[in-house]
Design a protein around this ligand. Structure first.
Ligand code: Z5A
Ligand code: MG
Length: 210
């Protein structure tokens, strides 16, 4: 059975993940390829509403927040698998690696952070958006409104993401986005994913392992 690829966009704050995931789904549909966007946190569910309250100033201890973000992925798992198996390109805006990176940057143990996400559907392709200069994020829209949007904290998050990038042994696709127009980033993304989306994936969905 051929299924649709699971394409994950990860990256630092304000690097353009939401802009590019939305634009990729539109571009795929325009050329007749089924595509569905999954965004995490998914703020529409009951758990997602709790996460939204937390991100906009509410109080939870770090462990509880971490497990809520993970549970928010698990509650979307069946829909995500069904969408890929129905032949859609599944485009994900943040996922497991964001979950671990933000919590580990707060000081939680990395191994503990990964464990609740083990077994989730693994992405087939990871695109990692970065600024060469982490402080670039502050120049972009609405920066600083949510709890993690501070440059010093972003540097810690970046370090945590980069551990996963290293562990991927070159399989992550790194895209530097500093001073690149939206259309240029979209073209780079298309070069990475276009042909895989046309062909589909023969292998079954792998459970996430670490
Ligand atoms: N979090 C967590 O702790 N644990 C978890 O498990 C998960 C998440 C999944 C909210 O996530 C927070 O939750 C986040 C991580 C944490 N921490 N923070 N802060 P979110 O995904 O909902 O966050 P967001 O509000 O979507 O922001 P973002 O993801 O950081 O932004 P983005 O999606 O990368 O960027 P964007 O919204 O597409 O673009 C930002 C602005 O830049 C906007 O005005 C665009 O028009 C502009 N833009 C985009 N591309 C360009 C280019 N190329 N040039 C110039 N301007 C551009
Ligand atoms: Mg976003």
């Amino acid at each position: 059975m051929t299924r649709g690829p699971i394409i994950l966009f990860e990256g630092l704050d304000r690097t353009g993940k939401s802009t590019q995931t939305e634009s990729l789904v539109d571009a795929l549909r325009r050329v007749g390829i089924g595509a569905e966007l999954f965004r995490f946190p998914n703020r529409e569910t009951g758990l997602g509403k709790m996460i939204n309250a937390y991100l906009t100033g509410g109080s939870l201890n770090d462990e509880t927040a971490h497990l809520l973000f993970s549970a928010n992925r698990w509650e979307c798992k069946d829909a995500l698998v069904a969408s890929s198996e129905a032949g859609n390109a599944v485009v994900i805006d943040r996922y497991i690696f964001s979950g671990v990176a933000y919590s580990a940057a707060k000081g939680l143990e990395r191994e503990w952070c990964v464990s609740p996400d083990l077994g989730l559907p693994s992405p087939d392709i990871v695109i990692f958006f970065k600024f060469k200069d982490t402080a670039k994020a502050t120049e972009r829209g609405q920066y600083g409104e949510e709890r993690y949007e501070k440059v010093e904290f972003q540097k810690l998050v970046r370090h945590e993401f980069e551990k996963f990038e290293e562990e991927s042994s070159g399989s992550w696709n790194v895209v530097y986005v500093d001073d690149k127009p939206i259309a240029e980033v979209a073209e780079e993304v298309w070069q990475i994913v276009g042909s895989v989306c046309e062909k589909g994936i023969e292998d079954e969905i792998r459970p996430f392992q670490w």
